[in-house]
Design a protein around this ligand. Structure first.
Ligand code: NAG
Ligand code: NAG
Ligand code: NAG
Ligand code: ZN
Length: 584
């Protein structure tokens, strides 16, 4: 450096003085006034043009980024103990959870939990009126035996028989509680798939790395992990500053109407709306590498849900003298028309996935440079956002459905006899609704596709969710009915904000436990969790199973398994989260 500077000085000394000489400068100053006007006007024009462009762009993209007061990828620091006493406790807890003794105990806890087949079936009746629920009695007994301090020191309220609500009273009742969620039930193992498992699905075989079995990662690891954290802190005589709650439903896999729904109602009745500081449930995309950086990806929102049944009613008759199109034929054309008009990918700032991408653009060293630039351009440009959406959607289906409403015809029924024309046939289309959209948009879209593609071909009436259009005369071909199917429609969830104290504590805890180099990025879930019943209780809802990539495999299918090392790290996360609840 210094050498170069010397060279430069030497060089400059050898040159003529490049600055205007005093005489020249005086001449410039003495220019007549009219010589200033042309450049002055030019400069003014440029400035005005700039201002106008900015303003119009601002107008066009107004509300484009509702978080524009935040950085593109908000990050908050890893938390540290607030006092030396607390630091000592935190070290002790960490040491305990990382010990061999804890590992052995935790392995047994997990195996015992997985070995109880708490399956929930789609056709299950009410609790108390279907003996298949009885297995949850065994599961409750197992939990009581395994976590004696939890069940002796915390307040346990059974909700609708098998729902579990635990309350660990905090010292400071002015602080809103934290709520940890999970579910006790698992997806059934169909008989035909049993033989395909490497180890029997309820054996909970441990191979030195993974526990294999149904429910190992969806989500007995969450439920057991939370209770292990509670039990460990209770062993240390810890009393939380704020009240800590745990709520475990028992029918999440069949939509939660008997479990989580009742627990949420109970909490809303006893505590009121917006009475919980933050909620952590299963879900999210875990902790994983994205183009060279480690990301924790909690779900801050969920897509909506809507099943539409399409019924076609036509005149019956003998199949030897059929019309050109039977009811089945018309229904097929409707399904084809729907599939021919899929939703478009769209990326907007209300979608947490937009922020996932901003974080990736900022922190992933190996991200493609065109993509990085275009994602960053999307901060102020809808056009760039659309380019990103189209590009990523064409690349893979998982990213596509983080950015658009999905539609899938999953059920079809109709026809009773080979020589009789079908009088009533139906299909059901499942939708997962993009965060920018609503149930009514999906309904309107179905109506418009059928109106423009089917009613123009067939003189029929269409009853679209109660609204009747088309040809209703008795001589018409028949009618089409659009209606809700069994499952209740669900709007996309509110998106949890990422600038609240709760979010800072939550993400600061992730970094404290999993490493300061972890980037926490908000993400979106395409499916729904039990949290759908809890929207009124807290605006800070995080779907996050604290499990690293590689530590959980095959949820909902054969060879489901959880890595013990990753499970233990999850327990540390829960324990640290409880201890960090002293902050507000
Ligand atoms: C109980 O189950 C029986 C047989 O499965 C059914 O007929 C009945 O309607 C059910 N009752 C209630 C209250 O669900
Ligand atoms: C309804 O359909 C019948 C049968 O094709 C046709 O005769 C009639 O003109 C149609 N009515 C209207 C209003 O289009
Ligand atoms: C939330 O509160 C609103 C307004 O009181 C109510 O209509 C809605 O059903 C509640 N949502 C849930 C999931 O309980
Ligand atoms: Zn689950």
């Amino acid at each position: 450096m210094r050498l170069k500077a010397q060279n430069y000085t030497l060089l400059r000394q050898g040159e003529d003085d490049p600055l205007p000489r005093p005489a020249e400068r005086r001449r410039w100053n003495q220019r007549p006034i009219w010589q200033w006007i042309v450049p002055g006007l030019l400069a003014l024009t440029v400035v005005l043009a700039l201002i106008i462009t900015r303003a119009t762009r601002g107008e066009k993209d107004s509300n484009w980024d509702h978080n524009s007061n935040l950085p593109a990828c908000p990050q908050y620091p890893a938390l540290k103990a607030l006092s030396s006493d607390r630091e000592k406790l935190e070290d002790e807890v960490k040491h305990t959870i990382n010990s061999d003794e804890f590992f052995e105990k935790s392995l047994k806890n997990m195996q015992g939990a997985v070995q109880i087949p708490t399956e929930s079936f789609d056709d299950m009746g009410k609790v108390g009126n279907d003996t298949r629920w009885d297995i949850f009695k065994d599961f409750h007994k197992y939990l009581e035996k395994t976590f004696p301090l939890v069940y002796s020191k915390l307040e346990f309220t059974p909700i609708n028989t098998y729902g579990i609500l635990l309350e660990w009273k905090g010292k400071d009742s002015s602080l809103k509680p934290y709520l940890f969620m999970g579910h006790q039930d698992v997806v059934p193992v169909p008989k035909v798939t049993e033989s395909r498992w490497k180890y029997p699905p309820y054996s909970a075989h441990y191979d030195g790395r993974f526990i294999w079995g149904r429910g190992a990662t969806d989500c007995k690891n969450v439920l057991i992990g939370v209770l292990e954290a509670f039990e460990t802190l209770l062993e240390k005589d810890f009393t939380p500053e704020r009240t800590i709650l745990a709520g475990f439903g028992f029918d999440e896999e069949i939509s939660g109407y008997q479990g989580a729904q009742y627990i949420a109602q109970h909490l809303e009745e006893t505590r009121g709306k917006d009475s919980i500081d933050l909620i952590i449930d299963e879900g999210g995309l875990g902790v994983k590498d994205m183009n060279g950086a480690i990301f924790a990806l909690p779900g801050l929102g969920e897509k909506g849900y809507f099943d539409a049944r399409i019924t076609v009613e036509t005149a019956g008759g003998h199949s030897s003298v059929p019309p050109d199109h039977t009811g089945i034929g018309i229904l097929s054309q409707i399904v084809s028309a729907i599939e021919a008009a899929p939703y478009e990918p769209e990326l907007t700032p209300v979608n947490p996935y937009y922020t996932t991408l901003q974080c990736s653009a900022e922190h992933s060293p190996k991200l493609d440079s065109w993509l990085r630039k275009t994602i960053q351009k999307a901060l102020s440009s809808k056009k760039a956002a659309k380019e990103v959406a189209d590009y990523l959607a064409s690349k893979d289906i998982f990213q596509r459905y983080l950015m658009q409403t999905s539609q899938a015809t999953d059920l079809v029924s109709g026809g009773v006899k080979i020589n009789a024309l079908p009088e009533k046939v139906y299909a059901v289309v499942n939708h997962r609704i993009a965060v920018e959209s609503r149930v009514k948009d999906v309904q309107a879209n179905l109506k418009s596709v059928i109106e423009s593609k089917i009613l123009t071909k067939f003189p029929m009436s269409l009853n679209a969710f109660g609204d009747v259009i088309g040809n209703t005369s008795t001589s018409a071909v028949g009618q089409i009915i659009l209606e809700e199917f069994d499952e209740q429609p669900l709007e996309p969830s509110p998106v949890s904000p990422f600038d609240t104290d709760a979010y800072k504590i939550f993400t600061g805890t992730i970094k404290q436990v999993m490493g300061e180099d972890v980037i926490v990025a908000p993400s979106l879930m395409t499916g729904n969790t039990d949290t759908k019943f809890y929207w009124n209780l807290s605006k800070n809802i995080y779907r996050f199973a604290p499990v690293r990539e590689g530590g959980r495999e095959n949820a909902h299918t054969v060879d489901e398994r959880i890595g013990m090392k990753e499970h233990i790290e999850g327990v540390r996360f829960y324990a640290q989260m409880i201890m960090n609840g002293e902050r507000s």
